[in-house]
Design a protein. Structure first.
Length: 341
């Protein structure tokens, strides 16, 4: 099949550091090429792919402006859709690109992966696409929150497990990895580590103005000075920290549609402590690959029980359910279905 993969314009593919969606797009594009498909990846300048790369924007916009420029998003996605007739399927991961896809009315079919939450704006936008764009959820939880829409399927995000080092022996610290915003709860992670008396390392995305404000007002005042903070790390350093940590504090405060950090952590043999919200119960097996707990006291208590979790069980959970191969196979089946078999 001739397949177009449209990445968001804000981060190159694969991402140099931050960029969960871009990591997934990279694995899908390369995996489809490995399966014999003719893949064109529309991604910002500096991207790499086994397929054909087209970069409507020569350079990625500034990370601090992510999502703010409608012009950048429009130029990037319109450039892809102007070549729609060259493809059998278009797979769109961008913000507003599926609006162009709806106008095509199925020629070729457009598949839209839902990477974000169901805000009121997202509900209105995707309701307008109904019947013209094929929607794919990234978890059963995400799909269940909005049953007003028809879904082409549910495909979990996958990982190239070979680039996640497995370690059975752990060091005496816990890790927080994520954006600095209320939904990810970095301030909650600080409190959990403090109350548990456990050294905390934090890998934090703090680039956008709202993230900087949240750090200054909600996180920084809670720090003891004993924490180790990393603001921008490459993949190798990130996975090294994940593999060495006793546990990862995924202190989410919202119904996260997936949660790539959870699977990345388990791939390294590191258990996860996370509230049972959103997709977390689909990813983490309570008592086997981590702990699903809501309150601060419960999470603190589980920090002391991290040693009861088998690193090998964590790794096996990802190998059996959340690999790139499983993800690519899921999308391949959906593409064949929407393209008429």
């Amino acid at each position: 099949m001739r397949i177009a993969e449209i990445a968001p314009p804000w981060v190159s593919v694969p991402p140099p550091s931050y960029g969960g969606i871009e990591l997934v797009v990279s694995l899908i594009a390369d995996g489809l090429v490995d399966r014999g498909h003719d893949v064109t990846l529309f991604a910002s300048g500096g991207s790499r792919t086994k397929g054909t790369l087209v970069s409507p924007l020569e350079a990625t916009p500034k990370l601090a402006e992510m999502g703010l420029s409608v012009t950048d998003d429009t130029i990037h996605t319109l450039s892809a859709y102007l070549h729609a007739g060259e493809f059998d399927v278009i797979h769109d991961h961008s913000g507003w690109g599926p609006a162009f896809g709806a106008i095509l009315n199925g020629k070729p079919p457009v598949v839209r992966t839902l990477h974000g939450p169901w805000s009121d704006e997202a509900r209105r936008f995707h309701h307008a696409l109904q019947g013209r764009v094929h929607l794919v959820a990234i978890s059963e939880s995400q799909a269940s929150i909005n049953r007003d829409l028809d879904y082409a399927g549910v495909v979990y995000n996958g990982l190239d497990i070979d680039v996640y080092p497995f370690r059975d022996d752990k060091e005496d610290f816990v890790l927080f990895l994520g954006r600095c915003n209320p939904e990810k709860g970095p301030d909650v992670a600080v409190e959990v580590a403090k109350r548990a008396g456990k050294h905390l390392k934090m890998v934090v995305k703090r680039a956008e103005p709202a993230e900087i404000r949240y750090w200054e007002h909600m996180v920084e005042p809670r720090l003891t000075g004993d924490e180790e903070i990393f603001f921008d790390v490459p993949h190798e350093e990130k996975v090294d920290l994940l593999s060495r940590a006793q546990g990862t504090l995924c202190t989410i405060q919202w119904a996260e549609p997936f949660g790539l950090v959870m699977t990345e952590s388990m791939a390294c043999g590191t258990p996860v402590i996370v509230p049972p919200m959103g997709a977390a119960p689909e990813l983490v097996v309570d008592g086997e690959t981590g702990y699903l707990r809501t309150g601060l006291d419960e999470m603190v208590e589980c920090v002391g029980r991290l040693g009861e979790i088998s690193p090998a069980a964590c790794r096996a959970r990802v190998a059996d359910n959340f690999t790139a191969e499983i993800m690519v196979s899921g999308y391949e089946k959906i593409f064949e279905q929407v393209a008429g078999g």
